[in-house]
Design a protein around this ligand. Structure first.
Ligand SMILES: *[C@@H]1O[C@H](CO)[C@@H](O)[C@H](O)[C@H]1NC(C)=O
Ligand SMILES: *[C@@H]1O[C@H](CO)[C@@H](O)[C@H](O)[C@H]1NC(C)=O
Ligand SMILES: *[C@@H]1O[C@H](CO)[C@@H](O)[C@H](O)[C@H]1NC(C)=O
Ligand SMILES: *[C@@H]1O[C@H](CO)[C@@H](O)[C@H](O)[C@H]1NC(C)=O
Ligand SMILES: [Zn+2]
Length: 497
């Protein structure tokens, strides 16, 4: 069914090229580009061919080889620059919908320059910044503008923003929707930072009422406190906080499953698309599926029932059994669980029962880590390694590059309503493109890391799949180990910033 579309496009391309030639119209002042590869990878197909990009960095056509050759032969004026990746796969750049940039306010943890350079290096061409860990948090229109103002001169890839839902900010939500936040995030449990309190059932009721009908997404950190919070234990009889299992036991699956059930039980109150971020416990998935089945089936950018779930590369890569005592670079919330759970998450990926994969890039300074799993900051920074982490695991399980594109580009773009701009190789979309060598491998080492604090549970690991070049809206931003030129990213907001 795609062939006629290519034909029409090809026809108009040939016409405009030939006419331009006959009439002697001089070439466009900006460069048109033709990206070529033996393996063009879309969400569903792989073929030799190319991607034609107009002078504004928009994809003009995705061409199979025979059509591309025809075009090359017919239009001798050839006023486009050819970029031939050979055997490197040509794919849509990654879209990472879960990145904590932390600037302003906690800029020693991370900032726009370092986070977006890391993203570009890892083939992630769009990041969506989480509303918390910066000061101020993105909980008002004013705060959104403060953050966007910090970011505007500094970004090497495109950056969108989540807003936050916190107690008492319901009057701000519509203004933030209008300003272009991709959705909102809230917590059902302590967030770890005091300026971003969690919502009670009453707060949530208000948020649902205010957001109803806006077409936005409300994303949940879905863990709830189950039973009484256990008082801090001090003394020789206490479980050893240097052991990972002590931390794991403090955040059991039931906290996630109860949170998912709570969300499900509230869905009749709103038409808002709800999304669960960073699912760790596989037990969450059937609960959300049941909720989805109860709901109206249409709308929501095509997400059935408007209930979606993401998991993260650390849950798909790591398991509790392998975490050595004192290694708090493995700490995140919800926690990394056992091998059985990880295998189950991969089953859900295979069966399309999870919707997308994100990094939950959540860095901090080394001083906040330390050897105590109960006291350490929880968060893993990995935006730079998203694609390679996923591909290392996926390839070993027999998945194709289409799976990578589906879960790390198209899925996340659609979550944020960006499916007509980002996340796929399709005419009319931004030419956010990578060349990816699926067979190359590399070792994670501090000198490769471009995010600010060079802490990683993957240090010294071998990853398969290497991003060779990254283009944002047709412009080269990363090539073979180097960031190219200055910041070329744009902010995905609806006002002139
Ligand atoms: C590129 O952008 C300019 C300015 O917005 C516009 O006039 C032009 O038509 C665009 N070119 C294409 C091929 O869309
Ligand atoms: C990667 O390896 C596969 C299988 O050996 C091969 O078919 C493919 O051409 C290789 N791709 C690249 C980019 O080297
Ligand atoms: C939510 O909005 C829809 C229209 O989008 C409306 O039909 C429904 O009654 C509203 N629900 C509530 C609880 O306000
Ligand atoms: C893995 O964890 C689940 C609970 O999260 C538990 O029921 C199961 O017994 C564990 N499996 C192993 C092999 O430890
Ligand atoms: Zn997070």
């Amino acid at each position: 069914m795609l062939f006629p579309v290519y034909c029409i496009l090809l026809h108009s391309l040939l016409l405009s090229g030939v006419l331009g030639h006959i009439l002697g119209i001089s070439p466009e002042p900006f460069e048109k580009k033709l990206f070529i590869s033996n393996t063009v990878v879309t969400e569903t197909e792989q073929f030799p061919g190319g991607v034609l990009v107009d002078e504004n960095g928009t994809i003009e056509a995705v061409l199979k080889k025979e059509n591309m050759d025809l075009l090359l032969r017919s239009d001798k004026s050839n006023n486009w620059k050819i970029i031939d990746g050979g055997d490197w796969a040509l794919m849509a750049g990654g879209v990472d919908t879960h990145v904590h940039v932390n600037e302003p306010g906690r800029t020693s943890w991370e900032g726009y320059v370092t986070a977006t350079r890391a993203a570009a290096t890892g083939g992630v061409t769009t990041i969506i910044d989480m509303p918390l860990n910066s000061i101020p948090p993105t909980t008002t229109l004013e705060n959104l503008k403060i953050k966007a103002n910090m970011a505007k001169e500094e970004v090497f890839v495109d950056v969108g923003f989540w807003g936050g839902v916190v107690p008492g900010n319901e009057e701000e939500l519509q203004d933030m929707v209008d300003a272009g936040v991709v959705g909102f995030k809230c917590f059902l449990i302590n967030s770890g930072v005091s300026e971003f309190p969690y919502v009670t059932p009453e707060d949530l009721e208000k948020a649902f009422a205010y957001l109803n009908g806006t077409g936005t997404v409300l994303a949940f950190h879905a863990e709830v406190q189950v039973g009484e919070e256990t008082p801090e234990c001090e003394g020789p009889e206490c479980p050893n906080p240097v052991l990972y299992d002590t931390y794991l036991a403090s955040r059991p699956d039931i906290m996630e499953i109860e949170a998912a059930s709570f969300i499900a039980s509230n869905l009749h109150k709103t038409d808002v698309h709800v999304h669960v971020v960073h699912v760790s416990s596989a037990g969450v998935v059937p609960v959300l599926e049941a909720a989805r089945d109860q709901r109206i089936k249409s709308g929501y950018n095509g997400w059935r029932g408007g209930v979606t779930a993401e998991t993260c590369n650390h849950y798909l890569t790591l398991s509790s059994e392998q975490i050595p005592p004192g290694h708090t670079e493995f700490k995140c919330a919800p926690p990394i669980r056992n091998n059985t759970n990880k295998a189950k998450l991969w089953e859900y990926i295979r069966d399309h029962r999870l919707d997308l994969v994100a990094s939950d890039h959540s860095p901090s300074v080394a001083d906040l880590k330390g050897a105590n799993f109960l006291k350490s900051w929880g968060g893993i920074a990995s935006v730079q390694f998203d694609l390679s982490l996923f591909w290392t695991q996926a390839k070993a399980r027999g998945h194709s590059l289409n799976t990578l594109s589906h879960y790390l580009s198209a899925g996340p773009a659609r979550l944020c309503g960006l499916q007509d701009k980002k996340g796929s190789l399709r005419s009319g979309l931004d030419a956010d493109i990578i060349f990816f060598d699926p067979n190359a491998s590399f070792i994670v080492a501090p000198e490769l890391i471009r995010y600010k604090n060079k802490i990683s549970p993957y240090m010294n690991s071998i990853l398969t799949g290497k991003v060779m070049q990254t283009y944002v809206r047709g412009q080269l931003v990363y090539s073979d180990g180097e960031i190219i030129g200055g910041p070329k990213g744009q902010l995905l907001v609806n006002y002139d910033y």
